[in-house]
Design a protein around this ligand. Sequence first.
Ligand code: SF4
Length: 110
Amino acid sequence: MTEEIKLTKIAVVRCETVSESCPGTGCFAAFNGKMASFADYGVNAQMVAYFTCGGCSGRRVANLIGEIKKVEPDAIHLSTCMVKSSACPNLVYIKGVFEEAGIKVVEGTH
Ligand code: SF4
């Protein structure tokens, strides 16, 4: 009998504005190497969603929350460009959408 492997499902939301100049390489390098904000995850962690906020005011987050809930992520990370570099003015709102949906929010990616 095959033993079922428990996956840790991770999603990332990132800044639409910053995505014009960043292809997400820092986020993926950190995730694939299980470094920085992903350091506590094991080999069974998988990236199940990676998307941008849709621009100020972060409207896409509310549009996508239904689809994101369907994949039942264990956590959603707010990209480092949102929480550190650009000081997103809509961070509280964006965080709140996920928290109201019962999804654990982690600030930072790499
Ligand atoms: S809402 Fe925040 S994360 Fe989204 S584009 Fe504006 S500053 Fe960037």
